[in-house]
Design a protein around this ligand. Sequence first.
Ligand SMILES: Cc1ncc(COP(=O)(O)O)c(C=O)c1O
Ligand SMILES: [Zn+2]
Length: 427
Amino acid sequence: MNFEGYRCSLCGAEFGPEGQRYLCPRDGGCLEVVLDLRRARRELAELGVAVRPRAPTARDGAEPAPWGGEPSHWRYLPLLPVGDPGGRGTPFRAVGATPLYSLPPLRARLGLRQLWLKDEGRNPTASLKDRASSLVLARAREAGASVVVTSSTGNAGAALAGMAACLGIPAVILAPRTAPPAKVAQMLVYGARVVLVDGSYDQATELARRAAEELGWFCRNTGYNPFSAEGKKTAAFEIWEAWGAGRRMRLSIFVPVGDGNIIAGLHKGFRDLQDAGLLDTGPRLFGVQAEGSAAIASAFAAGTEAVLAVKARTLADSICVDLPADGLRALRAATRTGGAFLTVPDEKILEAIAELGAAGVFAEPAAAAAWAGLRRALAQGLVSSEDPILVLSTGSGLKDVGAAQRATASAPVIEPDLEALKKLLTR
Ligand SMILES: Cc1ncc(COP(=O)(O)O)c(C=O)c1O
Ligand SMILES: [Zn+2]
C-alpha cells in the first residue's frame, strides 16, 4: 500500500499515516493524502496503465478505447491510499470507468471543435459519489470501523449506503429532510440507517461530525474526510488516460460545485500525475455554482481566498451548500489551472436538463449546471470554440424526477382511442 500520511492544505504541516485523521488540528484546514508517487508510477506501468500502444484517443477526437484490465476506478490502485479494497463480485468493483460521449448535435449547436461529456450517472448508484464513498469505505474497512456515518445532500449518502451494502458495513446517513425522494429511497433500499434532519445540509454535516466523534463512528463527511477527494480524483486519471496519457492536456473541464470536493479531487488527481512525472500540463478546471449557492464563485470574483458562508437556495439540491467544506482547495483548483468559477441561475439549469436530454443524456440538476456553466463561459469568452471541452455530468436525472418535470412540459392524457390520438397530433 502506498499511503504515506497527510499534509494540511492550509499550513503545510505533515502527519504520519497512523490512525484516521480528518482536519488539521492546528488550523482546521483540509488534509491531503500523501502518496509514494515514484513507487506508484512503477506499479502503474506493471498494470499496463498509460502504457498501451498509442491508439487514437479522445484527445484526437476519436472515441476512447475500452478499458483494459479492471474496468473500474480500482484500475488506479497504485495511486490510491488503500490496499486490496475487497468487494469482489459486487457493484463496489464497478465504480468509475464511466463513458465519454461526443454528443455531435450539441457540439454542432455550440460550434465547438471538440466536446465530451463524461457520464458519471453510469456509476453503480448513479452518481460520481460512488468514487468517494467506495474509497472511504475501503479505508474504513482497513481501519476496522464498525459504523460509517455521513451527512449528504443525497448522492453521497446513496453512494455510501450502496457501497457499504457491498462490503457489509453498517452505514448511517444524515440528510436534510428536503432531499429528493429518489435519493432517500435509494439509501433505504440499500439498508442504511437514514435520518432526515429538519435543517440545512450544513447542519446535518455538523451533526454527523459530532455524532462520529462522540460515538466513535468512522466519518465520511465530504471534504472533512481526506479520503473523499482521493476517490474523486480517479475521474482525473480516467480523463488523462482517455487523452492518451500524454504529457500535455489541452482541455477545459466544467465541474458542478457544492462543497468543492469534486473539483478539488480532480485537481489532486492531475497534481498526483504531475508529481509522479507522468504529466506536465494538466487541464483548466472551471467550477460552476448555482447563483443562489455561490460561496466559492463569490470569493473567486472578489479575488480573495476567503470563502464566506451564504444562505444557500437553489433547486439543484446537490450543490446547495452554505459554507463549502472544501472551499479553499476548490478555489485553487480553478485559480492554479487557469480556469475560473462561474454561476448559473436555476432557469438555466432547467434549460440545460432539457438540452442534455434532447441529446440523450438524462442529468440531475447539479450535473446539468455544468452544461449551463459551459454555455456561460462561451458567452463570456472564458473558453473559445477551438478549445477542447469536457463537461462532467455528475449524476443521473432519475435522482430528481421532480426537477426533470419542471424542465419539460407535462405529457397530455387522452382516451384510449385512435381518434383522440389523431386529434391531439393535429393540435
Ligand atoms: C450530482 C452532484 N454534482 C455535484 C456535486 C457537488 O460536489 P461537491 O460538493 O464535491 O462540490 C454533488 C455533491 O453532492 C453531486 O451529488
Ligand atoms: Zn494546517
